[in-house]
Design a protein around this ligand. Sequence first.
Ligand SMILES: Nc1nc2c(ncn2[C@@H]2O[C@H](COP(=O)(O)OP(=O)(O)OP(=O)(O)O)[C@@H](O)[C@H]2O)c(=O)[nH]1
Ligand SMILES: [Mg+2]
Length: 463
Amino acid sequence: MILSSISRRQPALHRLAHSHTITSLHTHGPASPASPTNSDAASVEWKLRSKAGRNFIDRMRCTAVGGHGGDGCVSFFRDVFVPRGPPNGGDGGHGGSVWLEVDENETSLGCVKQQLRAQAGSNGRGKNMHGAAASDLVVRVPRGTLVREIAPEPVEPQEAQAEEAAGRRKGAHNAYLDELARRVRSAEHVRREDKSSLFVHYPRWEERNDVSGIRLPPEYSAHLRMLREGTLLTGDLTSHGQRLLVAAGGMGGPGNPHFNLPGDRQPHYALRGLAGVTRQVELELKTIADVGLVGMPNAGKSSFLRAVSNAHPRVAPYPFTTLNPYIGSVDYADARQVTVADIPGLIPGAHRNVGLGHAFLRHVERSRMLVFIVDVARPAPWADLLALQHELALYCPGLAARPCLVLANKADAGDRARENFGRWQRCISPATPLIPVSAKYRKNILKATHAIRQMLDSLQPRA
Ligand SMILES: Nc1nc2c(ncn2[C@@H]2O[C@H](COP(=O)(O)OP(=O)(O)OP(=O)(O)O)[C@@H](O)[C@H]2O)c(=O)[nH]1
Ligand SMILES: [Mg+2]
């Protein structure tokens, strides 16, 4: 249905595509030497999934743990003639927080560890010496990182065992054990929140101290509430230097001078430091560029990026030379810069993640416009374009409707390229600009960059 909506916009193009077998839409059709077949897709999949081939990470899960606050201290001023001096216990230091910060020099999430643990604050000491606050842990992430907190999934133990017995869910027992551990941890939390366990007592004063009627400092109570009721975190890191607090550090416990009240000038208790926030988050990198280059493998996307920008992605005469997105910047004479993202080639079925299509498509999702690069020397370049639009539409319906232009690349490649271009130009919808270029020999590149600039200028600026 989506294909028909694409072809409704370009009926002549669709007729032309059907006069040739649409080899790219149906993988069992005949394919030209450069087009990937099913077996190619399998080998490419292996190449892409192997560690050596793809160490670029654009999606990961990690656990962020804020540092524990240091305990407050119970201590009193003592001197030769001052046997019962005032309280002078220092406050505990705050635990470190875990932050994510955008660094535009980062290109992958590979530098982010799976366990992000900030340090604990130090305990307070006598003579009003406050514990040192721990420094924050700042983790650099690339521009375009989306952050989503993963809510823990409750699993009923009997249900998990039954499922495992039925062999329906592998690892159900492990999930059950994880859930059990989570419950034990939260029980521990509840116990800590039980008021008496929040206090540090002077040696041998546990029995004598009656802490039930003591009012907790408002800041301390607020922190306890935050630990209990925290909402699910989401965030989108889009500009250089932007920061997101993922796990706040625990508050340090106030020392015993905080409880020096008219009724009790010798408080023999202080408060413990509180735990930091713990969050499991998923990070997903969706590259932010003005223009996304979309094409079949080997169509010349990287050659085009090399021709228009300062980027140097690898170019070679075989499919899937590019395995990670590359971003280049096109400099115009009026000092305007336009960022262009080159993604690996898409093959039929990319919307179902064939050839790791999802991993690549997410990097053009946020482009303001798309540039389709099609090898015009192939038997039916118009069918390639329809296949690409079809994949985009199935992956994300709004993506196929994004403003676009088409570059008929390899226009230098002999008579067939010339004939194909002539036929294609006659039937393509006038709304879709079609420009012949030769990325390899840098021919007609200025016309292409000019058209890109014009289209970008006619769009609303990015919100
Ligand atoms: N004749 C000719 N060859 C070109 C042109 N553009 C690219 N090529 C060649 O086509 C081959 C593939 O070029 P790439 O730029 O690596 O293609 P790609 O689309 O980035 O390929 P993948 O990264 O595999 O998706 C290389 O051998 C290039 O030299 C062109 O305009 N004319
Ligand atoms: Mg490439």
